[in-house]
Design a protein around this ligand. Sequence first.
Ligand SMILES: *Cc1c(COP(=O)(O)O)cnc(C)c1O
Length: 367
Amino acid sequence: MAIAPYANRYVCDLVAYEPGKPIDETARELGLDPATIVKVASNENPLGPSPLAKEAMRRELENSHIYPDGGGWKLRNAIANKHNVDISNVILGNGSNEIIELLCHSFLNPEAELIAAEHAFVVYKLMATLFGAKYVEVPDPGFVHDLDAMADAITPATRLVFIANPNNPTGTTVGQAEIDRFLARVPDHVVVVFDEAYYEFFDDAPDTLRYVREGKNVCILRTCSKIHGLAALRIGYGFAPAGLAEILQKARQPFNTNAIAQAGALAALEDTAHVARTKAVNAQGLAFYEEAFRQRDLEFVPSVANFILVKVGDGDRVFKEMLKQGVIIRAMRGYKLPDWVRISIGTPDQNARCLEVLDSVLAAAVV
Ligand SMILES: *Cc1c(COP(=O)(O)O)cnc(C)c1O
């Protein structure tokens, strides 16, 4: 019997998120050794997990029979101390993606609107759809969020505005002055979400925590998935004024983040050496690609994050052809950028291999 007509329409209508293609799946399909595959598709840390986190997680394995601290006290306390806010301002998520969902759970419904930039992280749109809300997409000339236009788009029905800074997949940023000006225009019925998944890569990142301390209706999202190299663990965190954080806490499951991930995150946040190494490798890789794309006359979007968007013609074709040679990148049709691909910055070896394979695929196109 067809059950779909009885299911929640918003769930059935959802177009599933398409993640970067997994290494094992690719290896199976191509009959290749997984070790030879280069995955530069999901903005993961090419140096691997924080070594300090690995140690802490091994120790924590011994307690796997005990439920985690559902309140995540140790980790939240450490995050609060590090950022000079109160523990009541800190929320943990099963990845920062879960906090995006908690925000939508708390504020969206079929009468509500969510505002985001045209080329913003696609999960915002998926979540708005899931909760039956209206998704309002604001043009972003030059791939940069237009905060004045986003403020203009606010209506009495607006509940959430997402600002990804730096944004994924564009790697572009907005600065302090623009954000200050924007926030001054935001009415009280709107929560502004600063998605700062790539914060640590962004040297001149605006200070958004000050808005939390001032009690503005903002939520800041950070993650251990990117610079800390813990994407598999699914752990992220957020900051919000206590009243807002309390609402989000109510919307989560009692044990939403697991004990291994909490222990790993706690250690990773203190692993300044791993963060520094990662930043250095990333800066070198970004410079490598920018130089290479300039030499080849390929249009790209200058990025401050750990990935770069480059215009290659038929992005789906380039993705498929590179995949055949064991290099996984990301096609951007889902972002309405069919001519572009996004490449995550890897190790120098991975970058060289990726560029070589890209060259061979682009050369094949002209014949
Ligand atoms: C990768 C990413 C995240 C992080 O997701 P997690 O659930 O923490 O792994 C959040 N926002 C953006 C824009 C991202 O690119």
